[in-house]
Design a protein around this ligand. Structure first.
Ligand code: PMT
Length: 367
């Protein structure tokens, strides 16, 4: 068999695996509702790009998918991910935007009162900074595992309702002093993002829900072209039991061996790049526990799935440092340890949004 036949065969195999996956998946219960919300979100954020400085839209995936073992699921195989990476990254994607809103206000004030301020300095400074931060502003579709970390809520304790609040006289509830700042910031920032139409949160649990939702999201994202970004931090199941092969009821514990056949989940990264949203800027992640193989595996994923960048992280140091692997670079990104509350996602998002800017200006240059 010659090499071209080989790659055709591989493509056919992938296509048939993808078809088998979607054919066998239980349909999403709220599919129409998701499509409606998504279309509205994308339309809203595309409209605001009429001035020529288009808004970017990123799909951040976060948390681990489950692979159920029974149709009426009691048991499932899970994937490690707390959702911290996705939630924190989402906040930093917004941070640029919140700064932008602040600077817009400065610009507006400068425009109104500029003449009163000598030489229009306020206006000019606001305008320059504004254009800079507008470029970094993203609207975010947050595709997350139910129960995982949420943007703006990371500084709250594990059980926020019971730990942050206390009952006072009658029916009144008040925030405990120690948590008042954290609760206020979480509520204000979260509502600001959602109410201004810049954050759309869509939950999943199973691999079936996740991949169907990713496919649904990629349809309108395709129309945005290079301004779309996929930031795939979710830990996605590598194996699953096809729905039609799955037992309906709870597996009984009587036998000594659990005999379940799991098959590989088709690597949707290739499909996303090739068919679903070919012009979108795509970032995937590579997690390993052995640092000796990490960079080679990341490089392999970059080439195999034609990603624009792969973020390589090692389990034990993932909150301190990551390496961004691109076709011609390996950039180590570290948290600023001199600042207690800095996160590695801060410089990471800065770097990736700069790379995305370069890509928007010239998609061919970056691949
Ligand atoms: O959530 P935290 O606790 O903060 O941890 C963050 C993290 C370590 C989970 C995150 O930084 C990370 O590395 N996520 C990807 C982990 C992973 O499972 O890698 P993978 O080798 O299984 O998959 C590689 C990439 O392919 C991922 O971007 C994944 O989204 C994607 N994938 C995987 C399988 C599949 N069938 N389809 C896919 O698209």
């Amino acid at each position: 068999m010659d090499a071209s036949n080989g790659s055709q065969d591989t493509e056919q195999t992938l296509d048939s695996q993808v078809k088998a996956f979607f054919d066998s998946a239980p349909p999403l219960q709220n599919r129409n509702d998701i499509i409606q919300k998504l279309n509205h979100f994308i339309q809203l954020n595309s409209l605001s790009s009429e001035n020529g400085i288009g808004k970017r839209i990123v799909c951040v995936t976060s948390g681990g998918t489950t692979a159920p073992l029974e149709q009426r699921c009691v048991r499932y195989v899970d994937n490690f991910s707390s959702g911290h990476r996705g939630a924190t990254s989402t906040e930093y994607l917004f941070l640029h935007l919140l700064l932008f809103l602040f600077l817009s206000m400065k610009l507006f004030l400068g425009y109104l009162f500029g003449d009163l301020l000598e030489g229009n300095e306020y206006y000019v400074a606001g305008y320059v900074e504004c254009r800079y931060f507008l470029k970094a502003g993203y609207a975010v579709i947050f595709l997350y595992r139910r129960g995982s970390f949420q943007p703006f809520c990371r500084s709250l304790p594990d059980d926020p309702l019971l730990e942050c609040f206390e009952a006072t006289e009658g029916l009144n509830i008040q925030v405990r002093e120690a948590y008042s700042k954290a609760v206020k910031t979480a509520i204000v920032d979260h509502h600001a993002a959602v109410d201004s139409g810049l954050l759309l949160k869509l939950p999943f649990s199973t691999i079936f829900e996740y991949l169907q939702m990713l496919q649904i999201i990629s349809k309108p994202m395709k129309d945005i072209g290079p301004r779309a970004m996929f930031y795939l931090a979710a830990a996605v199941s590598d194996f699953y039991v096809p729905w039609k092969d799955m037992v309906e009821h709870k597996i009984q514990s009587g036998s000594h061996i659990l005999d379940v056949k799991l098959v590989p989940v088709p690597k949707m990264l290739s499909v996303l790049r090739k068919d679903w949203a070919p012009l979108a800027f795509c970032i995937s992640f590579k997690l390993e526990t052995d640092s000796n193989i990490l960079l080679n595996k990341a490089r392999g994923a970059l080439e195999k799935y034609n990603m624009h960048a792969v973020v390589a992280n090692e389990l034990s140091t993932r909150k301190e440092q990551v390496v961004v692997v691109t076709i011609d670079d390996k950039i180590t990104v570290q948290r600023d340890k001199s600042k207690a509350d800095d996160d590695v996602e801060n410089p990471l998002i800065k770097l990736l949004s700069q790379r995305h800017s370069a890509y928007i200006e010239d998609p061919k240059r970056m691949r």
